[in-house]
Design a protein around this ligand. Structure first.
Ligand SMILES: Cc1cc2nc3c(=O)[nH]c(=O)nc-3n(C[C@H](O)[C@H](O)[C@H](O)COP(=O)(O)OP(=O)(O)OC[C@H]3O[C@@H](n4cnc5c(N)ncnc54)[C@H](O)[C@@H]3O)c2cc1C
Length: 386
């Protein structure tokens, strides 16, 4: 990978930093927004349209749908920069999992007009509704059914822990259309205004309260034009999207890690105990050295895997490795950051305990660390058997 590629994204990283520090963080402060309560819908829309105006929203979407066609590597660089600054609007600044994503490039021209256009303009948001109470790591065990009739399909079932589920204007819903297993799953674009579509319980989730919830489909009718991609190909579309998204999650984890490690080092330089800055004690230096080393490795993994994706290479193993490593790395970083901050690290006012809570979910969503390891081993053994 040509390292000058990384340097070429510096202006983009600077633009993200400027936007977040000049416009987003003051807005959060002025409105007293915290991670513990989801920001109001209008405010989120406002942040989306403002980042869109600066070319920062969904920058990696294809030019044919109004995106900037930025490489995936560029997108990951932006994610790392954004998350090192940690803002409650992280989903809305760059689009995130609730904004325009590559899976929607499978949309037909009429679906692009109805769903993708407003999404690209930052006017709406969406969600990815795959998980169910009895289908988590085994996402092929879906109980949500889509039964074909003359007018299209009738959907019944409940999706849970859906990020942006309570706020989404439409959902990308995965349902079993025929038989069991991966080959029986179909993806649908379902407007939240559809009769039979409702938001169920909003979950009180560690670190991200107000963002996750249930979606209940009760005799929810959709037309054949609401099918995303071919019937029976939904699981393949979901996995393809998840492979890319794992890298964005890894970039998020790495950015948060970068921010919290830097804060810890600064704190250690400024905090004096026993007559000297705690940064002068080797016990603290060893922690900082280990954190800096794992951060370096995480950054390289994100960059290398994103570059591979841009090159069209198979990234199933690498995206699992990168997501596994970076999500575990940031959890260690948050733990040690509290240790370095001591008692004040546990106080809400310093914001470190929030990071600690917020990163915990990263080893679970988009596949747990255990499932990433299974994927890595499976791919590795297959490669050896070739
Ligand atoms: C904050 C948050 C946001 C989320 N957002 C979304 C979203 O937007 N859309 C969506 O569809 N889903 C979402 N999810 C759901 C998420 O994808 C699932 O929680 C995740 O896939 C794990 O499934 P599960 O919770 O059912 O755990 P389970 O599958 O029940 O796993 C429980 C434990 O068993 C282990 N385990 C399971 N099977 C195996 C095995 N074969 N070998 C070894 N260990 C195993 C797991 O690793 C885990 O430790 C979100 C979850 C969270 C926490």
């Amino acid at each position: 990978m040509d390292q000058s590629l990384i340097a070429s994204f510096r202006p983009l990283r600077q633009a993200v930093r400027r936007f977040v520090t000049d416009e987003v963080l003051p807005l959060e402060q002025e409105r007293g927004l915290t991670w513990d309560v989801a920001p109001p819908r209008e405010l989120r829309r406002d942040v989306r349209t403002r980042s869109k105006a600066l070319g920062l929203y969904a920058p990696d979407m294809a030019e044919e749908v109004g995106g900037a066609g930025l490489s995936f590597l560029g997108r990951c660089e932006m994610e790392m920069e954004l998350h090192s600054l940690a803002t409650v609007f992280f989903q809305d600044v760059l689009g995130g999992g609730c904004g325009p994503s590559a899976i929607l490039l499978h949309a037909t021209p009429s679906q692009r007009e109805r769903f993708l256009g407003p999404l690209m303009a930052g006017l709406t948001s969406t969600c990815f509704a795959l998980s169910e109470p009895d289908a988590g790591s085994d996402a092929t065990a879906l109980q949500t059914r889509a039964v074909a009739d003359d007018a299209g399909f009738v959907l019944n079932g409940t999706k849970n822990i859906v990020s942006n589920g309570p706020q989404a204007d439409f959902a990308i819903v995965f349902a079993a259309t025929k038989g069991a297993g991966a080959g029986g799953v179909t993806a649908f674009l379902v407007d939240a205004a559809n009769p039979g579509y409702s938001v169920g319980r909003a979950h009180t989730c560690m670190g991200f309260t107000g963002f996750q919830g249930e979606i209940v489909l009760s005799d929810c009718r959709v037309t054949a034009d609401d099918v995303l991609g071919p019937v029976g190909r939904g699981f393949a579309l979901a996995m393809d999207w998840i492979n890319g998204n794992r890298l964005l999650t890894a970039a998020m984890a790495t950015g948060i890690g970068r921010g919290v490690i830097e804060r810890s080092a600064r704190y250690a330089l400024g905090r004096t105990q026993f007559g000297a800055p705690i940064a002068s004690y080797q016990a603290i230096q060893l922690k900082l050295a280990d954190l800096a080393t794992s951060l370096f490795a995480a950054e390289l993994m994100v960059q290398r895997s994103a570059w591979m994706k841009d090159e069209g290479l198979d990234i199933r193993k690498e995206s699992a490795m990168t997501k596994l490593y970076c999500s575990e790395m940031v959890n260690r970083a948050a733990y040690e950051a509290i240790q370095i901050h001591g008692g004040v690290g546990c106080l809400q006012e310093t914001g470190i305990e929030r990071v600690y809570r917020m990163v915990r979910i990263l080893t679970i969503l988009e596949g747990t660390s255990e499932m990433q390891r299974l994927t890595i081993a499976e791919r590795m053994l297959k490669e050896l058997g070739r």
